[in-house]
Write a protein of this length. Sequence first.
Length: 634
Amino acid sequence: MSDQPLILAITACPTGIAHTYMAAENLEAAAADAGVRVRIETHGSIGVEGTFSPAEIEKADAVLIAADTEVSRARFAGKRLLSTGVDKAISHPKELLTQAQKAPVYAGSGERAEAEPSQSEGLSRMLYKALMNGVSHMVPFVVTGGLLLAVALSLGGEPGPEGLVIPDDSFWKGISEIGALAFTLMVPVLSAYIAVGIADRPALAPGFITGLIATTGSLYGSEAGAGFIGGIVTGFLSGFVALAIRKIKVHKYIAPIWPIIVIPILTTLIVGLAFIYLLGAPISAAFDAMTHFLAGLEGGSVVILGLVLGAMLAFDMGGPLNKTAFLFSGGMLAAGNAAPLGMFAVAVAVPPLGLGLATLFRRAWFGKAERDAGIAALFMGCFGITEGAIPLAAAKPLQLIPANVVGGAVGAAVAGLFGVENNVMHGGPIVALLGAVSGVGYYFLALAIGTAITCGLALLLLGLHRRGTAEEQVAETQERSPQVVTPQAMAARLKSAGMNQEDILYLLAEKMQSSGYVSDVDAVVKAAQEREKKSTTAVGHGVAIPHARSAGVEHAVVAVATCTDNIAWPEDVDIVFFIAVPEDAGKQHLRLLSSLARAIMREDFRAQLRLADSPEELAELVRSVVGERAEVAA
């Protein structure tokens, strides 16, 4: 293993919850197929974990940054560096690990990476990352402030003419004021970290100050201010102005004070004055017009808004569309309209709750890993974390993403129709239970309707897909043989009741030996078990691919068995491929792994394996994948 290239990978998403860790897991799982070693550093909501040591950076052959937020590259100067979005690490991990080894060498530029868009990123990618950098730093402020307000209103509020009011002499008044202070930081923090995403720390103070200007309407003759739209504008302007000033060549004696004095002051003056005298009033007027328009929506118009917001929130489950809808809804709350956030509070919880319920109602349709993900999704849905649905939707996107979108859209539309309002920038049942939602009964009605639609539609689409796949496989089997596959015909499968992982390895190794490909069964099984200790070879979808490189192997061989009962690997599997190659086979086992891994991602191939009614048919299916690279025993 030590002769394989070492790739350091960083994963980060705007919220630092699901995408960050899913990308890390997929990169680790793909490392063997890519023929590399990989070390992961996650930049999640709990901070940076797995920080690279200087020695690791020195030894690394390449660096991969899969992030939707800004990540400093200064420490990677002189290394091949590939930068991309976190979603690509989830969907195409092996390709990224391969591309990283061919990426250009990063020359470095002092404190941070080049801020200019590289050929691999482009301007649009740079703008998106900067915006997500702002959102990721804003979220903890608005969630903390909003939930503190909700708790204070729930426990210390008293009925008043305009709803719950906290008496001035109440202990909860102080809690609510702390929450309000945290909440008012939303736009300045958003602006500041958008700017940081473009020009790094020299842009922090200008972004924060100009973000405050955007919310202080009295500076440019507005009562309400420019809201989150103004904060986005000041963030981008501060970032690009600071970046332009950074490029000015200055004398070496002035260089030390340039980023800490000159850039912040000049950027703040340029952007701040431009916003006060040129941009503030028109942006504020546009924001005010949009707010009044939304406040005046009734009936069908509210339903349409709910459908659009709900579909956006449910479609990419924490991605750019989700974050756009989140920002819009939060901006409306800052302007005094809590209805869009009421729709948000429903739609954000529908995908994880709906798909989680689907795994409970039809457990046999999901593998053990998916059933476990369903339980986690239910828990995350209760706390308004849409990303809880990602592991399930990613495995069956054509069936589950449409179910998410329809359920989320309808749930949000129902919430809008009944006038549900939410006073905090967070969603899920938790905010209703804490008293942040008005019309709690209607909120849970909308949530129940959306969740039921997602669950029901998911099961319907999965059932249709499963039926179609089964019919295709039966037709194919009938073409190959006049005998239709029946339960009796499946007797060729391995009767695995009561067997464990070691039993399966020995059985397949003995099959290899009887065919003349293995001379030492114990050595081969021991090599496979040693590999298994490093990380499980279960690859999902009920499939495991144990592999061994041993002197006890005479010729590269793949043994395959389908099992009548699930085997703990440690997750349940019913299809086992055992790859064995001679000790001097180089990377032959990795090429075999790669071929099989790609094939088992196809649901039709897995179905063919499970429907095969003889060892010969199983062997033929595997030969169609591995070709002449190895012998096949079944």
